[in-house]
Design a protein around this ligand. Structure first.
Ligand code: ADP
Ligand code: 5GP
Length: 193
């Protein structure tokens, strides 16, 4: 492993499991990391910011980007297209920055194939009922569409390097920090487990 290169952390799991909550909190206090902003054809939510949460593009622009090989991976999720920009991710890693991806389960497994050094973290909600509650509280409109993917996503959790059950947020966040520190330690030749 190239010690100068950053670490690629791929955080995945069902929509509403708490991925962005954990990543955002972590990145606020960790200056050696950055976040990979994905491209999507989904409509922007009221509380979202262009260039911070996503780059919102139309379908033709997205298809053109696929043609130009601009994505590390891309997927159709809940009837919209989502993709991880290749250039931004590789540039961050080259500069020695750790980078966090918040992407769906299929996208995460694709990344592991092309980039086996990536650390895959699966965030799991305590139950389907709790997930439904959280999606409702978030004001999500297409809840059934999101729940439909749930079983298939959970089936794939064993392919991930680490699993976190996000029941109590404080505990989940502590688990998250420990995993990141452990992976950083392994890279530097220390095993912190
Ligand atoms: P994701 O990014 O995986 O789609 P979010 O981080 O947006 O999920 O979380 C979905 C909703 O659940 C948000 O409203 C968030 O504030 C809430 N949430 C996250 N973790 C917990 C938790 N441990 N307990 C209760 N609510 C939570
Ligand atoms: P949301 O519409 O709730 O923001 O995201 C829906 C799902 O798409 C989430 O599981 C999220 O992780 C995933 N997603 C976001 N960006 C990407 C991406 O670039 N690639 C893939 N494969 N999934 C993504």
């Amino acid at each position: 492993m190239d010690l100068k290169r950053g670490i690629l952390f791929v955080v995945s799991g069902p929509s509403g499991a708490g991925k962005s909550t954990l990543i955002e909190r972590f990145l606020k206090q960790d200056k050696q990391s950055t976040f990979s902003v994905s491209y999507t054809t989904r409509e922007k939510r009221e509380n979202e910011t262009e260039g911070k949460d996503y780059y919102f593009v139309d379908r033709d622009t997205f298809l053109e980007m696929i043609k130009n090989d601009e994505f590390l991976e891309w997927e159709t999720v809940h009837e919209n297209l989502y993709g991880t920009p290749k250039k931004e991710v590789l540039n961050a890693l080259k500069k020695g920055k750790d980078i966090f991806l918040d992407i769906d389960v299929n996208g995460a497994l694709k990344i592991k194939k092309t980039y086996p050094e990536a650390c895959l973290i699966f965030i799991e909600p305590p139950s389907r009922e709790e997930l439904k509650k959280r999606l409702t509280l978030r004001g999500e409109k297409k809840i059934e569409l999101r729940l439909k993917r749930f079983d298939k996503e959970i089936e794939k959790k064993h392919a991930f390097d680490y699993n976190i059950v996000n029941d109590n947020l404080e505990k989940a966040y502590n688990d998250f920090i420990k995993i990141v520190e452990n992976v950083r330690g392994l890279k530097n030749g220390k095993d912190n487990r």
